[in-house]
Design a protein around this ligand. Structure first.
Ligand SMILES: Cc1ncc(COP(=O)(O)O)c(C=O)c1O
Length: 403
């Protein structure tokens, strides 16, 4: 099947809720993918951050193959060996003796975390989140998300109890806390919002505030864990320990998985009957996630994330000095946002034509979430293509973007 035939299938049979680029990817390896015609692309945004170890990492492939021959799925009214092993591993690696619940996506993990926070808080229901945040697409997650555009068309019935305050503004957070507040939910680095890292003092201040007011601190680490900031969990990069952590994306090396991890004393609050997932924590997906953590802890991968964080920072600083319409570069680990003075959609399209896959968010912020295994040569090749595309801006794409 060629790309045109695949596009036709979509036009006839698939709900058109995504803005898709005219490209059908059929194979991947590391930071590279191939389309249906065999054209090769360098993928600097692999799987929207899901393919943290790159496409089809051999350790994940081997673990999935082995597990697939034994057992795919059994429900959660049985004890699942791989789920227990994964939870043990995550609890140990977090250093917080964390207890886990497994779901299938980031939004679901957040949904569960919100429920747990309320169940734990004896009738207090208020949650405070940040403006410009993104927590997913379920009703609770769009209610938590601090961007009104995600609620458009779904009003008036939102999940009640959410307050949104400016990010990195401790005073605003303090002022928003009242007697009904049970939790604060924050991304340590706002990803979809345009790659805005939290200030160290902000996260430390939130921790203090939560301790003082008996609130739960929830870190939405769907994008920042595991691995992306050069530490297993993102909070370890900042040294600020949350009460509840949610993660997804890179967790199972490309298979769908989300998780909640909580301090041990919170775990009993999610009591039988209060929450569940049919698919969550299956042997197959857990085997993949175990392979991800084993690779992160034994294979020098985190060291590569740290090395490549510096490499990208240096190269992007050089690129920014070239007067190519880059307003600002923001980076934390291998989360990179390149804010342009012009719209980014045309640049993304041009990069695609030249064999480079990147993303654009908020109209003018190019986003890169490179694989943890990326090499300096691959990074340089990608940035050369990007520089080339920024140098030849198509006429229709030249409009200035408001600051
Ligand atoms: C911080 C954050 N939370 C939650 C989500 C939602 O995750 P999912 O699309 O897996 O539901 C995302 C997705 O981009 C995210 O970046």
């Amino acid at each position: 099947m060629n790309t045109q035939e695949i596009i036709k299938l979509f036009e006839q049979h698939v709900i058109p809720n995504y803005t898709r680029v005219p490209c059908a990817l059929v194979r991947g390896e590391g930071s590279w993918v191939w389309d249906a015609e065999g054209k090769k692309y360098l993928d600097l945004f692999p799987g929207w951050g899901v393919n943290g170890l790159g496409h089809c990492h051999p350790a994940v492939v081997a673990a999935v193959k082995k597990q697939a021959e034994q057992l795919f799925h059994v429900p959660n009214n049985y004890y699942i060996r791989e789920q227990g092993r994964l939870a043990e591993l995550m609890g140990k690696l977090s250093g917080m003796d964390g207890r886990c619940f497994f779901a299938n996506s980031g939004a679901e993990a957040n949904e569960g975390a919100i429920k747990l926070a309320r169940l734990h808080s004896n009738g207090r229901t208020g949650l405070i989140t940040a403006l410009n945040s993104f927590h997913g697409r379920t009703f609770a997650a769009i209610s938590a998300t601090g961007q009104p555009k995600y609620r458009e068309g779904f009003l008036p019935e939102m999940v009640e109890g959410f307050t949104h305050v400016p990010y990195n503004d401790l005073e605003a957070m303090r002022a928003a806390v009242d007697e009904n507040t049970c939790a604060i939910m924050i991304e340590p680095v706002q990803g979809e919002g345009g790659v805005y890292p939290a200030n160290q003092e902000y996260l430390e201040g939130l921790r203090e505030l939560c301790d003082l007011k008996n609130l739960l601190l929830i870190f939405d680490e769907v994008q920042t864990s595991p691995g992306r900031l050069g530490t297993i969990f993102g909070f370890q990069h900042f040294g600020v320990i949350p009460d509840i952590l949610t993660t997804a994306k890179a967790l199972a090396g490309g298979l769908p998985m989300g998780a909640i991890m909580v301090k041990p004393e919170l775990a009993p609050s999610l009591r039988p009957g209060s929450h569940a997932s049919t698919f969550g924590g299956s042997p197959l997906v857990c085997a993949a996630a175990i392979a991800v953590f084993e690779t992160l802890t034994t294979g020098g991968v985190l060291a590569n994330v740290k090395r490549m964080t510096k490499h990208f920072a240096k190269k992007l600083q050089e690129l920014q000095q070239k007067d190519l319409g880059i307003r600002e570069v923001r980076q934390c680990g291998l989360m990179i946002g390149i804010e342009l003075t012009i719209p980014g959609a045309g640049i993304v399209r041009r990069c695609l034509e030249k064999g480079l896959l990147i993303n654009c968010t908020h109209e003018n912020i190019l986003r890169l979430l490179p694989a943890f295994t990326i090499t300096p040569e691959e990074a340089d090749e990608g940035l050369e293509i990007l520089e080339h595309c920024l140098s030849y801006i198509p006429e229709e794409n030249k409009g200035e973007v408001k600051s």
